[in-house]
Ligand binder design. Sequence first.
Ligand code: ADP
Ligand code: MG
Length: 248
Amino acid sequence: MVLEIENLTVSFDGFKALNGLNFKMETGELRVVIGPNGAGKTTFLDVITGKVKPTEGQVWFKGQNLRPYNEHQIARMGIGRKFQTPRVYLNLTVRENLDLICNRRKGVFPTLFGKPSKIDRRTVMGLLETIGLTAKADLKAALLSHGEKQRLEIGMLVAQSPDLLLVDEPVAGLTDEETENVGNLLLALAESYSIVVIEHDMEFVRQIARTVSVLHQGSLLCEGTMDEVQNDPRVIEVYLGQQEDETP
Ligand code: ADP
Ligand code: MG
């Protein structure tokens, strides 16, 4: 079990953003979490990464209770988070962005006193291949499309070899083609990593999802395959309710 969440509650001034949430995920799983706006999806990631401390309940990562650890310690324990907007160095090339992360992992000495070793170069080449940016390796990141930047940042996350990848809405604002590329990248990574993807885009969820967890008002509403979840009357009600709210 890579992640186990037990009776998790997060209160902001009495308002429960998460409310008695239970969640379990096996090692190697690719799990998609969906839910209407305000369901608690981002708070869910904030608690796992230690940015927000739970009011009640526990988060267990690879059998270890995360309660005593801060955000930095949790990241070092092997939980990597990809935020919604890409955070890459725009004035560096794609390769330099990846080099930086691969070197940072080993401390300052190799970065200060040596060129990247053969092994590093092979790691970076493998990463470039995985994220589909080999042909653009020597281009400044500023020149990449939004989707390519997303893939580069996912590559930078993978370079840190996390045991669990948390990805918040990776295809928001992407074209259909870029959405499919990011989907294929996540599917490829799912062969070797445990991944949680938070997502709104239903077509994208259909492309990548095996098991879908639906959050609503801070609790788990239901869980299953995309077909099971989409035909669940409770899910239909929650999403229809949201559409009605949006009409003026
Ligand atoms: P989602 O990502 O599913 O849209 P969030 O986790 O961002 O939902 O938010 C869940 C609820 O908690 C929302 O109603 C939001 O307004 C509230 N919330 C989130 N963070 C805070 C905070 N720091 N203080 C007060 N309320 C918050
Ligand atoms: Mg959110």
